[in-house]
Design a protein around this ligand. Structure first.
Ligand SMILES: Cc1cc2nc3c(=O)[nH]c(=O)nc-3n(C[C@H](O)[C@H](O)[C@H](O)COP(=O)(O)OP(=O)(O)OC[C@H]3O[C@@H](n4cnc5c(N)ncnc54)[C@H](O)[C@@H]3O)c2cc1C
Ligand code: FES
Ligand code: FES
Length: 1361
């Protein structure tokens, strides 16, 4: 692969796009130049492992490896470079002459050999739904091969040259919504040369007796890695094309090789031509800007700038370094890191900062020039402009109007210029060597310092900053007076102004000053007036406070010669969290398998994990489109409560616009249904809420359908209509409620009035508000409908309840249910969002297919998905609580207003769920008034732990409030209010089962012990006393979660060769349902004692015509019920087969094996197909489950950033059916809970339209935001009489435990407020504050004091003599 050859092959025509994918050659004579690599791979090749998760560069699901011959070979570099790119942004024409490798290219089941990366992801249980896994594998693979190419790194047999930290960071830009990342980190770390394999978590390679296995053996147990077979050498040759650049009228794609060529191309276009002919030109490098701007407009000419040497070279001379504008950010980073010059420090600090831009796979194609042009032209919140501004960089521009004019201007002038026209080209960026120009003091004592800062929702994983800053200064230490500022540059950006700017007034003020508290104080005041966000920017005051914090932090570094007192007071140890970002540092898993029902209880790896990793697992959108297939996209409204008079299209008219008017005569406008209510598929004439489904456009490609939907213009009219109901308060005012049926209405406990009389203290009418959360499954909503003969239809749907989709589609089309077959193989993440909300997606495709007699499919784009999804229920809670002086609660009353949105969906269940999980404490007496408000917002649906997460949190918020009120520890209040078994029974009735099943008291102590909770409480107190700017908090939180077993269907069939087919109603969502079902089937069939049957079992997709009554996969218990249904089937089979086995053994005198038994059974006409329907006994179908978590966090009170230092969880799984699967559920749910409590803001505008509608503004946790130490014990609490094989559910309850992080954060904030009080502050220091959910950086900072620096400085001034 390293040598260019194939000289015998004739050069391809220059107008033909040519490249390889996994070694397979593709020649494309003509293509729309806006086609992305991902579109091409998914529609024109068999390689489906790159997935569409966002289309924005924000998730990593589409990551592939690009190998290309370096156009400007530098002898010191390898000729062929390999790097990851997001294929959703990479334009197909830009990969001409390149070679692409997808996860399938590393190895596959078809090749008969998986790559060790695939095997380790699978063996470390690092793939659940699997949708993120191929992208993760490619990110890791790229890191591995690039480390192998570094000859300076030592090699170690069996390992790559990566370090542990690099291995973890390699996936920091990839999102996973299922696993919680810990197992992914372990899979990556297993390749690192410095890993201690003993530290790696649960896996299927050395799962037993690991303590006794020698370390040296552990590496032998791993699927073997060696660079020769598994690094770049396995890449299929693809870069050996004779050179030939794509320069093609046909593709409208041009690759000029010189500035002159470029100028010629540009001069063919003038603004007048544009007006007359519509000739539009797009300059392009990495095309990553499209991830942000998502342009839909068409261009006539694409000009690829990467092949012009002036734009692609780095020049270094005595004055500085010049980077060609088309150089990728990754290359700039690696170049700056290699520098060994005076400005060494500045170079490496700029490089460190650049490493926080986007993610590796974005930086690899994103150019430095593209970034600057975005900032200049469209006010993109760039990090690069701020850095360049601080170091007085210059840029050179080629102006199209004056062909020969190269304009060299400062970055400041560049930013202030009128927007660059489309024919202006940025040629290069010059970073001066500062030491030579700026060391003005000309003084030996003088010191040049450069620092940069960045506050963003995630330290590493792809998040734009709230504010960034870069400071350059030259200071001298004077003998007597202290530190003199000779020179200072202060640049700030991305804080909601159009451009990065210098804080010139502060610079002027500081220049020539000797630093002192008073000077700092004045500088801080000035920076607040210099760094002000534009009106309408979110968190404006927060962003200004960040500027203050960073400036303070920077200036502090010079205060070495000040008095001891001052030095100590300004202790900032460890306060800059962005400098050294530690990833997961350690994790411990404790689990004890049971062998009572072997192989049930074994921590087996998840079925299909390896093919998920290699990308061969088939999701709905991976099914090849049938001939004639059409594609659909929803048109949704953006206004609540408005008539829709008309829809018009600006772009090409789509093939069809489907709405309720197209429903057949006998059909019904129905989009989804529950046992309580149905909702319409379309609301064509009246938009009930912003995000209502109005119509479904259908076009020849998904892209065209999306563009048509996006550009459709809806004509609204609100005349004489009542205003929409957009808040729960308005719903109350207008009595707009949904009825909750009596059997789902929770009951009060005890006598509230009496409880209040017994109390010593009261808190009256305290208020809590909780917002929504979006599911963020990596696979968006999708379906494919194929009409068949005789009015029948088959629908492939990614759904949690195919049965309901079947009912809805049949009713919608007016056909019998037996005409509708809904098939679901696997779902790329559901979390409740693919229960009800997937039905209209399937129904819309079915209706369109039925009407047009052609297959119709859709794959929603992320934005549409986020707008339509509804998500978790927001609510407002008002409570009154009475309690004793020791914190024991005697009575609690709650008024809860739940925003259900515009239709019932599954909201009817929410009141019950809230109260059920809230009852985890003994409140003495509990009464409540819950209202399910009907509003003009999108209908909310169940999301993992629906209602339960809110209920459990409300209980914690009350406890925290009581503790603050009494000035006692919240942990004491928790402990005193934990249920005794007697009170548990009063609150939960029969669900509390027997006393021995109540494991919470044990768990409560156990988690304290395993986490060393009490000694760490003291350590935290000590830490907080000696650290000013970082505060820590620790918290222990219990959960009690009520679960209900529901009926489930199962079917087991045995074929002639003894292979076994298992069907269950339950859907494999990544939760390992199939794996548990297979284990149970093997256990139950094993009782016939004809040998192991595990490997003969295959669990197959759900098909509503093959297995009826499949039901809904939700509420954590579907695995248990499905297992029981299968156990019943297998027991019946065993009953049928046992007499035959005995007979045969009698006849032949030796034991028969399974194959013989089955063959004989077929010959003797024994029925080898069994169906079952498990209906749980109503007396034992409800049960409680328990867990507890201890979390410790630290909060940076200058920025509001929270880092989770450690979490310890103990969770009762009964006798887990598969502890590895349950562990995955616990960790994954916990991290999803972290998102809810700490990060994810699912916001709407004033009209209720979701505005956090992309990966840019909706931030789920990434690998850098999970606990640094993450310990989980899957508690084996032994035999449970009424539970299925003694096991207990794990899917949802652990999500609630993430409240421990929120409570710990509150404790840390409490410490910060105490400190503020000690500095004399009177406002914002009350101990009974409420911390909102999610506790994002601005929220935390607000409570720690936006003016914390000013207060501190003023306290020092007050102390000065
Ligand atoms: C997921 C993601 C996260 C990101 N995070 C950050 C971040 O945290 N901080 C940050 O600063 N940036 C961030 N970025 C922005 C990123 O740096 C830019 O998208 C990238 O640098 C643009 O380079 P490109 O080569 O892809 O430009 P392209 O997309 O190819 O072009 C961008 C625009 O500039 C024009 N253009 C490109 N080069 C030139 C030139 N030489 N002369 C004239 N016009 C030109 C193009 O016509 C186009 O209009 C992020 C981007 C993504 C996708
Ligand atoms: S789909 Fe490309 S990064 Fe998300
Ligand atoms: S396994 Fe990562 S998103 Fe599902």
């Amino acid at each position: 692969m390293d040598k260019p050859e194939n000289s015998s092959e004739p050069p391809p025509p220059p107008d033909r796009l040519i490249f390889t994918v996994n070694g397979e050659r593709f020649e494309v004579p003509e293509v729309d130049p806006s086609t992305t690599l991902l579109e091409f791979l998914r529609t024109n090749t068999p390689f489906k492992s790159p997935k569409l998760g966002c289309g924005e560069g924000g998730c990593g699901a589409c990551v592939v490896l690009l190998s290309k011959r370096n156009p400007n070979p530098n002898p010191s570099l390898n000729e062929i470079e390999h790097f990851t790119v997001s294929s959703c942004l990479t334009l197909l024409c830009s990969i001409n002459n390149c070679s692409i490798t997808t996860s399938e290219g590393l190895g596959s089941s078809k090749d008969g050999i998986f790559h060790p990366i695939h095997e380790r992801f699978s063996g470390f249980h690092a793939s659940q739904c699997g949708f993120c896994t191929p992208g993760m594998c490619m990110s890791l693979f790229s890191a591995i091969i690039n480390s192998e190419n570094d000859s300076n790194r030592p090699s170690k047999s069996g390992f790559s040259k990566l370090t542990v930290s690099e291995a973890e960071k390699s996936v920091s830009g990839n999102l996973c919504r299922c696993t919680g990342y810990r197992p992914i980190a372990d899979a990556c770390k297993s390749f690192a040369s410095d890993v201690d394999l003993e530290d790696l978590g649960v896996n299927s390679f050395w799962r037993k007796k690991r303590d006794s296995i020698e370390k040296v053996n552990l590496s032998r147990l791993l699927p073997h890695y060696n660079p020769k077979d598994h690094a770049s050498s396995i890449l299929k040759d693809g870069c050996n094309f004779a050179s030939g650049l794509l320069n093609s009228e046909k593709h409208s794609w041009y690759t000029p090789l010189t500035i002159e060529d470029l100028r010629m191309l540009l001069s063919q276009r003038s603004d007048r031509t544009v007006e007359k002919t519509g000739n539009r030109i797009k300059l392009v490098v990495g095309n990553t800007a499209n991830g942000y701007y998502k342009e839909t407009e068409k261009y006539d000419k694409y000009i690829d700038l990467r092949y012009i040497p002036e734009l692609s070279v780095v020049k270094k001379n005595s004055s500085g370094i010049e980077f060609g504008a088309a150089i990728s950010i990754s290359k700039v980073i690696s170049y700056l890191k290699q520098q060994n010059c005076e400005s060494d420090l500045i170079c490496s600090k700029i490089a460190n900062h650049l490493e926080k831009i986007g993610s590796e796979f974005v930086r690899n194609s994103a150019s430095i020039g593209g970034n600057l042009v975005m900032a200049q032209r469209k006010y993109f919140p760039s990090d690069i402009t701020t850095l360049l501004l601080a170091v007085d960089s210059t840029v050179t521009i080629l102006t199209g109007q004056h062909p020969h004019k190269h304009e060299k201007i400062t970055i400041e002038e560049f930013l202030q210029k009128p927007h660059m026209g489309p024919t202006n080209v940025l040629l290069n960026v010059h970073i001066p060597f500062i030491g030579q120009t700026k060391n003005k003091a000309n003084n030996l004592n003088s010191r040049l310092t450069f620092e940069s800062y960045r506050a963003s929702p995630r330290p590493l994983g792809n998040a734009l900053p709230y504010l960034n800053a870069a400071f350059l200064s030259d200071i001298s230490e004077t003998e007597k007076n202290g530190v003199l500022v000779n020179y200072i540059n202060l640049a700030f950006g991305a804080y909601g102004t159009k451009r990065a700017k210098r804080a010139s007034r502060v610079e002027e003020y500081l220049c020539g000053k000797i630093l002192s508290v008073a000077v700092l104080n004045e500088a801080v005041e000035l920076v607040k007036s210099d760094v002000v966000s534009d009106e309408g920017t979110s968190y404006g005051a927060y962003r200004s406070s960040l500027a203050v914090g960073f400036l303070f932090q920077f200036l502090n570094t010079f205060l070495g010669d000040l008095s001891d007192y001052f030095k100590k007071s300004l202790l900032l140890e460890g306060s800059d969290r962005t400098k050294n970002i530690e990833m997961l540092s350690s994790a411990k898993q404790v689990m004890e398998s049971s062998r009572d029902f072997y192989p049930v209880g074994e921590p087996m790896k998840k079925i299909a994990a390896s093919i998920q990793a290699s990308g061969e697992a088939v999701y709905v959108d991976d099914i090849p489109s049938p001939p004639n297939c059409l594609y659909g996209a929803f048109i949704y409204s953006t206004k609540p409560s408005a008539r829709v008079n008309n829809i018009s299209f600006n772009s090409n008219t789509p093939t069809a616009v489907i709405s309720s008017k197209d429903i057949p005569e006998k059909g019904e406008n129905i989009g989804s249904t529950t046992i309580f209510a149905s909702e319409p598929l379309f609301s064509p004439d009246f938009s009930r809420c912003a995000g209502d489904r109005i119509a479904f456009v259908v076009a020849e490609t998904q892209k065209r359908a999306n563009v048509a939907a996006k550009t459709a213009v809806l004509d609204y009219d609100t005349q004489d209509l009542d205003p929409p109901i957009l808040t729960v308060e308005e719903a109350v005012e207008r009595s707009s409620f949904f009825e909750v049926p009596p059997f789902l209405t929770p009951s009060n406990v005890g006598d509230f009035d009496r409880g209040m009389i017994e109390s010593d203290h009261k808190i009256v009418n305290s208020e809590i508000k909780l917002g929504s959360q979006y599911y963020f499954y990596l696979e968006n909503q999708t379906a494919l409908a194929i009409p068949d003969e005789d009015n029948t239809i088959a629908v492939y749907s990614s759904i949690q309840n195919p049965e309901y989709a079947q009912i809805v589609i049949a009713r919608c089309l007016g056909i019998p249910e037996h005409n509708v077959r809904v098939i679901t193989r696997r779902v790329g993440g559901g979390f409740g969002g693919k229960a009800m909300k997937a039905i209209p997606v399937a129904a819309a495709c079915a209706l369109a297919a039925h009407k047009l007699h052609r297959p119709v499919r859709t794959y929603l784009d992320r934005k549409t998905d986020m707008i339509l999804a509804g998500g978790r229920h927001p609510m407002k809670i008002t409570y009154t609580v009475g309690f004793k002086s020791n914190g024991k609660i005697t009575a609690l009353h709650l008024n809860i207003l739940i925003d259900a949105g515009v239709t019932e969906d599954s909201s009817i269940l929410i009141p019950h769920n809230i109260i059920s999980s809230l009852k985890k404490y003994d409140f003495g007496a509990l009464s409540f008034d819950l209202k399910l408000c009907k509003t003009n917002r999108t209908s909310k649906s169940a999301m993992r732990g629906p209602g339960e997460v809110q209920g459990s949190y409300i209980a914690e918020a009350i406890i925290e409030n009581i503790a603050s009120h009494l000035l006692i520890k919240s942990d004491d209040v928790r402990t005193v209010n934990l249920h005794k078994y007697e009170t548990l029974k009063i609150f939960y009735g029969s669900a509390s089962e027997e006393c021995v099943d109540y494991t919470l008291p044990f768990i409560w102590d156990r988690v304290a012990e395993s986490s060393s909770y009490f000694s760490r409480v003291c350590l935290v107190e000590g830490f907080n006393k000696s650290n000013i700017w970082i505060k820590r908090g620790i918290s222990r939180v219990p959960i009690v979660h009520e679960l209900i077993l529901r009926p489930a269907a199962g079917k087991v069939s045995v074929l002639w060769d003894g292979s076994i087919v298992v069907e269950v109603g339950g859907i494999e969502l990544g939760q390992g349902l199939w794996t548990k079902v297979k284990q149970v089937a093997a256990y139950a069939l094993g009782s016939i004692k004809c040998g192991e049957v595990f490997d003969k079992i295959r669990v197959v997709q759900a098909d509503t015509l093959s297995l009826v009554q499949g039901g809904l996969t939700a509420a954590s218990t579907t695995s248990e019920s499905s297992c029981e249904a299968i156990r019943i089937c297998c027991n019946l089979l065993v009953e049928r087969l046992a007499p035959l086995r005995e007979k045969l053994e009698e006849e032949i005198g030796i034991p028969v094996n399974w194959e013989t038994l089955i063959l004989q059974a077929h010959f003797r006409n024994i029925n080898l197909g069994v169906n079952s329907y498990f209906v749980p006994d109503s007396s034992s179908s409800r049960y409680l489950n328990y867990g507890a978590a201890v979390s410790e966090v630290e909060v940076n009170i200058l920025t509001g950033e929270t880092r989770i230092l450690r979490t310890d969880i103990v969770y009762d799984c009964g006798q887990s059916m598969n502890p590895a699967v349950d562990l995955g559920q616990i960790e994954g749910a916990f991290v999803q809970g972290l998102g809810f409590f700490m990060q994810e803001e699912y916001l709407t505008n004033a009209e209720g339209l979701v505005v956090t509608d992309s990966t840019w503004n909706y931030k789920i946790p990434t690998i850098d935001t999970i606990p640094k130490q993450f310990n989980v014990e899957v508690l084996n609490s032994g035999h449970h009489r009424n539970r299925i094989l003694s096991s207990k559910a794990s899917g949802e309850p652990p999500l609630l435990l993430a409240a421990s992080v929120h409570c710990a954060t509150r404790a840390a904030i409490g410490a910060a407020r105490e400190q503020m009080k000690s500095w004399g502050a009177v406002e914002g220091v009350d101990s009974s504050f409420h911390l909102d959910v999610p506790a994002t950086m601005p929220v935390v900072k607000q409570l720690c004091g936006l003016n914390v620096v000013e207060t501190y400085l003023q306290s020092l001034i007050a102390l000065e003599p």
